[in-house]
Design a protein around this ligand. Structure first.
Ligand code: AMP
Length: 382
């Protein structure tokens, strides 16, 4: 790999390549522009959200070696806005240009089986799980783990796609037949009280910086709201942050990641997933922190020192999903304590993330006695 030691830190005006054209790439490119960099977005779809705000664009397939080679030669570093980067893509890029995050982090986070093993090795407790390659494996796994349980694809699942909750043994065969690609993983059903996540950044010098842990609520399997900070005991929040920093260090990550956790009634956190990139549950940092997760990602990728993760305000992040989400826009735009971020997507199809809004409260405001009333004004159920 051509990780030339004199390449980093990237000087102003250098070009950061971003593989993927979605909103995470868009917000990374906007942060890069603020730090004086140009971005070159590579994605198969023309006029993607990332391309709209980038200095250069390549519209090509992720498996196109000619286009990837030209892209690698045109940029100073490559980063990714999604973790399911095909191995063949990395095989072309990695010998030509530094890739951040690198192969190790991507490989682990692409595969739930590897991810679970890795989390346990990194000291993050996980729910009991078994690998499932055949219906016999599944029957054995159900006998060992019990029901209810969640059967998931190990690759390419997102926003609750590629999974089935099994409540009775006779549901196993149909779920096994339906879920593709194989192999699958069976996880014990976790009776969580809250879903928590924490975003950590790690620079090329190994320094880590972690944001406050947040509490996430989903609607139809898609993130709806994040509350920052999470309304959990201080020890739980500290454990989530500790785990996120440890995971970033063990992955030797250069960039930003999020770790999602389930919180059990006894205060135990179980690791669920790692996203080796900026994450939807970190969008609140754009308005409530010194340095947002996107600035942090670009700083790390460019070899700059990390910025401050201090939270100067409390925040509620609301995703604007599909036509229902967009219908809230006039209301949200009229609220002075709310910042709206839209992703430039033309059609508000159902289930599509169109943007998000960050409602800011004074620091400590979420836990204050008046918060419930305030949240009702924001149409958020406390
Ligand atoms: P995932 O794709 O793993 O993030 O799962 C999507 C959502 O499904 C999670 O945010 C949880 O709400 C739910 N879920 C996933 N795995 C489990 C589990 N083992 N037990 C209970 N709920 C789960």
């Amino acid at each position: 790999m051509s990780e030339a030691p004199d390449r980093f830190p990237l000087p102003p005006n250098a070009t950061i390549g971003i593989l993927g054209g979605g909103q995470l790439g868009r917000m990374s490119a906007l942060a890069a522009a603020e730090l004086g960099y140009r971005c070159h977005v590579y994605a198969p779809e023309a006029d993607s959200p990332g391309m709209q705000v980038a200095a250069a664009q390549t519209v090509a397939a992720y498996e196109d070696p000619g286009a990837l080679t030209a892209f690698a030669r045109a940029v100073d570093v490559v980063t990714f806005e999604f973790e399911n980067v095909p191995a063949a893509t990395l095989d072309v890029l990695a010998p030509l240009v530094p890739c951040r995050p690198g192969r190790k982090a991507l490989a682990i986070c692409q595969d739930r089986l590897q991810e679970k093993k890795f989390l346990a090795q990194a000291g993050v407790p996980v729910a009991p799980w078994r690998a499932v390659e055949s219906l016999q494996d599944l029957e054995l796994a159900i006998a060992e783990i019990g029901l209810p349980a969640v059967l998931k694809t190990t690759r390419l699942g997102y926003d609750g796609r590629g999974q089935a909750v099994l409540r009775a043994p006779d549901e196993a065969a149909a779920a096994f037949a339906r879920l593709e690609p194989k192999p699958l993983i069976l996880e014990a059903f976790v009776p969580f009280t809250q879903e928590i996540s924490a975003v950590a950044a790690r620079g090329e010098d190994g320094a880590t910086a972690v944001y406050d842990a947040v509490e996430n609520r989903h609607r139809h399997h898609i993130l709806d709201l994040s509350f920052a900070p999470a309304r959990v005991p201080a020890a739980v929040a500290a454990a989530a942050r500790h785990h996120a920093a440890r995971v970033a260090a063990e992955l030797e990550l250069v960039g930003v990641l999020a770790v999602e956790f389930f919180l059990l009634p006894d205060g135990t956190l179980l690791g669920n997933e790692i996203a080796p990139r900026p994450h939807n549950s970190g969008h609140w940092t754009m308005d409530a922190c010194q340095s947002s997760q996107f600035h942090q990602h670009i700083r790390a990728v460019a070899g700059l020192p990390l910025g401050g993760t201090e939270r100067h305000s409390d925040a509620v992040m609301r995703n604007l999903v599909g036509p229902e989400g967009m219908a809230l826009l006039p209301d949200l735009l009229a609220q002075p304590a709310t910042s709206v971020h839209l992703y430039g997507k033309a059609a508000a199809r159902s289930g599509r993330k169109m943007g998000h809004a960050n409602h800011l409260l004074p620091r400590g405001g979420l836990a204050a006695p008046g918060a419930a009333g305030l949240l009702t004004d924001l149409r958020v159920t406390p």
